[in-house]
Design a protein around this ligand. Structure first.
Ligand code: A2P
Length: 312
């Protein structure tokens, strides 16, 4: 039984989930099947990853083998920007569920606070999209057990919470980009955080193409290497364990069986306090996945500052 955290919705989220962002078609299905056979009980998906159909095939195959039951697996997916219109939300969710071959989702996230429109405000308003997501949880429909958001700043979360009837239970964050303020904010409210790109997503085109020379990889960090050596673990295991010790769930992506297995092996050892503290105070910080592709002079996000609401 994998350790898990309790969400405000009352459901539990297993702490290590398999990431499927960037997992190629033809590879992702095998990765999901391997992960479930190795003991993963949490798979992180999204419509925009364009591989949900193959994830669904693998999931169905493993479920039919009896390796695991549907209720034992936590499946997340995400509403894409082009489906924010309240009248489109349920259909988008159902399409994802059809691809994933599930009768309910454990978690459905608004992927970005972005709908792709130009103009001064996000249209439809994020609150309206959220209300449509709430309707997926309520009543007889019950398509979704828990809803949440991803890539939201504290300012945007607070704005949403003024209107939201169901509290967003999961907010994704980048662990190498520690996001300390957001973590504190969430902890104060009992809101669970999930860390994505825990290895710094070295395979992300958005990261490798831009600033190749300046963006450093946490997998190659010196303190991480020091901890790995001291503990007899791999750098990836140190990064994943660090996220778990920090109280977040975490979504390492891999399509390689050996890595899939070792990335889950983070529960029967721990990073000692001195090394943990060092890892929590690395000076180098860089928001790897910065959403720069959503910045437009026509708005609503003209600058990264508009998107993340942070003072530079
Ligand atoms: P691969 O899928 O070939 O294993 P993130 O989870 O931060 O998005 O990072 C995913 C990237 O890290 C992928 O390129 C993945 O490659 C690689 N990766 C996953 N697990 C490990 C590991 N244990 N050691 C080194 N690299 C890894």
């Amino acid at each position: 039984n994998q350790p898990s955290a309790r969400l405000l919705s009352g459901f539990s989220i297993p702490l290590v989930g398999l990431g499927t962002w960037k997992s190629a078609k033809g590879e992702v299905g095998a990765a999901v099947a391997t992960a479930l056979r190795q003991g993963y009980r949490h798979i992180d998906c999204a419509r925009i990853y364009q591989n949900e159909h193959e994830v669904g095939e693998a999931l169905a195959a493993v479920l039919s083998e009896g390796v695991v039951r549907r209720e034992e697996v936590f499946i997340t997916s995400k509403l894409w920007n082009t489906d924010h219109e309240p009248s489109r939300v349920e259909a988008a969710c159902r399409r994802t569920m059809e691809d994933l071959r599930v009768s309910y989702l454990d978690l459905y996230l608004m992927h970005w606070p972005v709908s792709g429109n130009s103009g001064p405000e996000v249209v439809p308003a994020l609150e309206d999209t959220w209300a449509a997501m709430e309707a997926l949880v309520r009543g007889t429909r019950g398509l979704v057990r828990t809803i949440g958001v991803s890539n939201f700043s504290i300012v945007k979360l607070e704005r949403l919470l003024k209107k939201a009837r169901i509290v967003p239970a999961v907010v994704q964050a980048h662990p190498y980009w520690r996001n300390d303020a957001l973590r504190r904010w969430a902890a104060d409210r009992g809101i669970h955080l999930t860390a994505y790109s825990p290895l710094g997503s070295p395979d992300s085109a958005a990261i490798t193409k831009r600033d190749e020379a300046t963006v450093r990889s946490p997998l190659k960090d010196e303190v991480v290497a020091q901890a790995a050596q001291a503990l007899g673990k791999s750098p990836a295991q140190v990064l994943i364990r660090w996220a778990v010790q920090r109280g977040t769930s975490v979504l390492p992506k891999s399509v390689q069986p050996g890595r899939i297995r070792s990335n889950l092996d983070v529960f029967d050892w721990e990073i000692p306090a001195d090394l943990y503290d060092k890892l929590c105070s690395l000076e180098y910080q860089h928001r790897m996945v910065d959403g720069g592709f959503f910045i437009s002079p026509q708005g609503p996000y003209r600058t990264l500052q508009d998107l993340w609401d942070e003072h530079p």
